[in-house]
Structures are given as C-alpha cells and as structure tokens.
Design a protein around this ligand. Structure first.
Ligand code: XMP
Length: 326
C-alpha cells in the first residue's frame, strides 16, 4: 500500500537499477521538486551524485542558505555552488522589458550550468564511472502536460531554456515522474528534506528579477528582499501559508511615491502585495488576508525598509490579472 516509506524504497531501487555505477548530476534550484529528486537519488546512490546550485542572486532572503546549509546538512549531498550573482546583474543592467529579462536570465543560467557541468564531468567522473545522468524533478502533471514524451536532456523549462550542447548529453533520471505534488512533499519529508523546502511556495525560475518592475539592480534586489522577508514572516505568523498559494511581493522601482516620515517628506517606492489562492496557478483568486495581518505587514515594511513608503494590495483575480506582475 501507498506509504511514503514504501514509495521511497521502490524509487530508490529503480534509480539504482537505472544508473548502476555511473555518476549523476543534478541542477538544484531550491524548489521542492529538484530538492526531493536530488534527496532521493542521494539516498539511492550516495556520493555518485553531485548537485550544482547556481546562485543567480535573484532568490529571496535565506533561500540560498537553505540549499547550501540546511539541505546539505539534511541529505549529505555533494554540492557545487556557483556564485554567479555579479554575472547575472551585469547581464541584466539597463534591461526593463520582462520578456527580455526572462531570456537573459535563462541564457545566463544555461551558460553557467554548462560550465559547471563540464567541471563536474571532468572532476568527478572517470572512464569507468563517467557522469552519464542528469536528475530532473519532473512530476506526473509535467509528463501529462508535455504529452508524455521523454525528450533529450534539457534543464527543466522552468528556466525557459532549451537543451544542452552535444558534448553534454546525459540520460535523464526522473524519479518523481509518477507522483503528484502532495506525494512529492510526503516523499521529501520521509527523506528528511527540511520543511522550509518541502513546503516552499512556487517561485518563478527568473526569481526576483521579474518582481522588480523596471531595471534590476543590486540595490533594488536588496530592498525587495527585505520587504518580501517581512511579508512572508507575517503571513506565516498569521497561519496563512497553506491558504495562500503564493504571495509575490513586487517592487515598483520606476514609480516614486511621496510620503511623510517624521518631519520630512520622502520620495520612495511602492511595493505591491499579491497574495493569491489557487489550485494550479492557471486561475487564481486574491486571498482575503485579514486586515490586521495586512496592517502589520504595511507598518513593518514602511518602518524597516526605508526606501519603501507605500504598501498596496492587489485585489485582481486571474484572469484577467496574471499572478506575477511581469
Ligand atoms: P502567471 O504570472 O502567468 O504565473 O499567472 C503562473 C505561475 O507561473 C509562475 N511563473 C513563472 N515560473 N518562469 C517560471 O518558472 C517564469 O518565467 C514564470 N512566470 C510566472 C508564477 O510564479 C506562477 O506560479
């Protein structure tokens, strides 16, 4: 019968049968799917697995540490961290168009990952044990959506990029292909993946890069990260994590709003709270967050994040509004 422990045993056996003694590579994003897939493969083949985490600097507060520290401590994976923050920022300089930002982030990601993959292939593999496999956190709904085909290795469309070059051809290990999201979470908990990762809300591949309306700069990322951390902490404290599908916090970086603080007028930026309830992100309704919680978030953000002097609430359903602002 279906218990997380049984499923883990069965999937572990299958991964072992599939990869044998070969070495395995995994791109960790910090999201639920890639983390659980990596933890499962680690359970199956131990240090035959190497994970690569590209820190593009567009994650929320604490998320890189969650991967680099908590996930590694919980699972013992061999992790290669690539600090590509400067590179992503440089590539994004001067760009405001959302689709352009997505393309740049996707292209940078694939470039950085390719280089890291080449390094792993030469450092960790040898003739008898080549790096032959790439782990992907594909779930059953992804399989159905893509028509069930098993394509050549590509980094999950998450990052909106195509395949890897010819000299980096891997077979795919997709241990979660038969599972739904709730089952993946149960398996993740069974494997000891930290709860903060297992219950992480969906977060777009381009990250905070598409939550700054306007050009992405290091300073703006820092402002948004602090505001987002406050909103998240207060929504969690109010017990709303399961009711809210995700809550983008969006920095309107090109809008200046007038405020008053103490004796002086300020000329800062608004942030938008976009809490939504949804089953699958195809449609969504704005979440009726209690006024008290909204008040607390607003007070804390405007007190603690000097650059923000206005907090506004998005009360648009999807359709017509998308979940993200860009
Ligand atoms: P929208 O904004 O279209 O978002 O209502 C639907 C879901 O998709 C996520 N999203 C993205 N995920 N790359 C991603 O990996 C992207 O470029 C992207 N844009 C939106 C969004 O967070 C929501 O869960």
């Amino acid at each position: 019968d279906w218990t997380p422990a049984n499923v883990v045993d069965e999937l572990v056996d299958r991964v072992r049968a599939q990869v044998g003694e070969d070495r395995v590579l995994c791109a960790l994003s910090g999201g639920v799917d890639s983390s659980v897939a990596a933890a499962l493969v680690q359970r199956a083949v131990g240090d035959q697995l190497t994970c690569v985490f590209v820190d593009h600097g567009l994650l929320r507060e604490g998320e890189a540490e969650q991967v680099e520290e908590d996930f590694v401590a919980a699972t013992g994976v061999d992790l290669v961290v690539v600090d590509a923050r400067e590179q992503f920022l440089a590539a994004l300089a001067g760009v405001s168009d959302p689709e352009e930002k997505r393309k740049i982030i996707g292209a940078q990601f694939i470039r950085v990952f390719e280089q890291a993959a080449r390094d792993v292939v030469s450092d960790r593999g040898d003739e008898e044990h080549p790096v032959k496999w790439l782990v992907q956190g594909t779930l059953y709904p992804d399989v159905v959506e893509s028509g069930g085909g098993e394509g050549a290795a590509n980094i999950k469309s998450h990052h909106n990029v195509g395949g890897l070059p010819d000299d980096l051809q891997f077979g795919l290990v997709e241990p979660l292909r038969a599972l739904f999201k709730d089952e993946v979470r149960a398996v993740g908990l069974e494997l000891g993946v930290p709860e903060a990762i297992v219950w992480r809300q969906p977060f777009p591949g381009p990250g905070l890069g598409i939550r700054i309306v306007g050009e992405v700069t290091g300073e703006r990322l820092d402002v948004l990260r602090r505001a987002d951390a406050i909103a998240r902490a207060e929504l969690t404290a109010a017990g709303l994590d399961r009711e809210i599908w995700q809550c983008p916090v969006v920095l309107l970086a090109d809008v200046r709003s007038v405020g008053v603080q103490g004796d002086g007028r300020t000329y800062g930026h608004p942030v938008v709270l976009r809490p939504v309830s949804s089953e699958d992100a195809m449609t969504a309704d704005w979440t009726r967050v209690p006024y008290e919680t909204l008040a607390k978030i607003s007070t804390r953000i405007t007190n603690e994040v000097r650059e923000v002097n206005r907090v506004v609430l998005d009360v648009t359903s999807k359709p017509p509004g998308t979940i993200e602002w860009e």
